[in-house]
Design a protein around this ligand. Structure first.
Ligand code: UT7
Length: 323
């Protein structure tokens, strides 16, 4: 059988790091409140010369170098973002051109914070059906550009960044021990639109708009939905939670990570936490966390990893990967 195997990962952050204390000088908040309620200590904010595509390209180049392949061998780019450079064309096409691998497939996926899971699953399906051989899956965002910097309930929570992985279609054996993406489960519930959305867009206001969120309600849904999709994912592969080496979750709030792990019976030491360093980078958060934990030696070849995310839409999903 064919499975999509991870060959490498990379990530990129803007140059400017902004601490909670710096934010507290601008809006009515405090380092104490942010750390206690979210676990966030700092975030990176894009400068004038940094865009979603420039961060995505830097992350993609790092992933390609890590995989030890030529950029020209990439024939599929799926880029998850809710903050594209332009309304169109897809940011993925800009990245493709910057990498010099023109001619293959390139498109964006919009599923906000679950975007990387949606992009991963889409690329995996295309690799397994033979539409492409080597894929770049990227999550990249500049959420700082859609934040209302006077709204303390949202502006302290998000940051900018990008993460990327290279996947290759390769022959694999059956079963959970053989490397590759083992399964992905995705969901959406459009009834929850008003809990997390941007109040602008080309077809409505002709403006970019600002992020609006009812945080407490999103929190409640996140823990329930994530626990359900994690259960569905591990049951599909026929494993138990204690066989998972690392959970790489969307990094929205440390309390959501703790509550979900507890519900699943997963030890907190096996959950990759980067929200303290990067804050919530939406579609970039899962690949950023994955790359961080691979590069610092926590995640190793042969590990069974579970990726999961939940975000605006609502959308949510999970993937199990044997490295
Ligand atoms: O990535 C997509 C998914 N997004 C998420 O998963 C986010 C989910 N939600 C959350 O992470 C949390 O709900 C928040 C971090 C957004 C908020 O934490 P909370 O513990 O749910 O706080 P809250 O909204 O219930 O607000 C508690 C208090 C309020 O004051 P009162 O009404 O109790 O007087 C807020 O006005 O905290 C106040 N508050 C702040 N205080 C200082 C809200 N934001 C701030 C702030 N600094 N930045």
């Amino acid at each position: 059988m064919i499975r999509s195997r991870l060959l490498g990962s990379g990530s990129a952050l803007p140059k400017r790091c902004v601490s909670n204390a710096e934010l507290a000088a601008q809006v009515d908040t405090s380092d104490e409140w942010i750390v206690e309620r979210t676990g966030i200590r700092q975030r990176y904010i894009a400068g004038d010369d940094e865009t979603t595509s420039s961060l995505a390209t830097a992350a993609a180049k790092a992933a390609i170098a890590d995989a030890g392949i030529e950029a020209g061998s990439i024939d599929l780019i799926v880029l998850a973002t809710a903050t594209p450079d332009n309304t169109f064309p897809a940011t993925a096409t800009k990245v493709q051109h910057a990498l010099g691998c023109n001619g293959g497939i390139a498109f964006d996926v919009a599923a906000v914070c679950s975007g990387f899971l949606y992009a991963l699953s889409t690329a995996d399906s295309m690799l397994r059906t033979g539409m492409a051989k080597r894929a770049l899956v990227i999550g990249a965002e500049t959420f700082s550009r859609i934040l209302d910097w006077e709204d303390r309930t949202t502006c302290v929570l998000f940051g900018d960044g990008a993460g990327a992985i290279v996947l290759e279609a390769s022959e694999a054996g059956e079963g959970a021990d053989s490397p590759g993406i083992l399964t992905s489960k995705l969901h959406a519930d459009g009834a929850q639109h008003d809990l997390l959305y941007v109040d602008g867009g080309p077809s409505t206001t002709q403006t970019v708009g600002h992020l609006r969120m009812k945080g407490r309600e999103v929190f409640r849904h996140a823990v329930v939905n994530l626990a359900e999709v994690l259960k569905e994912t591990i049951e599909d592969v026929g494993i138990t939670a204690d066989q998972i080496d690392w959970v790489v979750p969307h990094q929205a709030n440390k309390r959501i990570l703790d509550a979900t792990a507890k519900k699943m019976g997963i030890a907190p030491e096996r959950v990759v936490v980067t929200v303290d360093q990067h804050a919530n980078t939406s579609a970039a958060s899962v690949p950023l966390a994955l790359d961080t934990a691979r590069k610092d030696g926590r995640i190793n070849p042969g590990d069974l990893i579970l990726l999961e995310a939940m975000g605006g839409g609502f959308t949510w999903g999970a993937s199990l990967i044997r490295l």
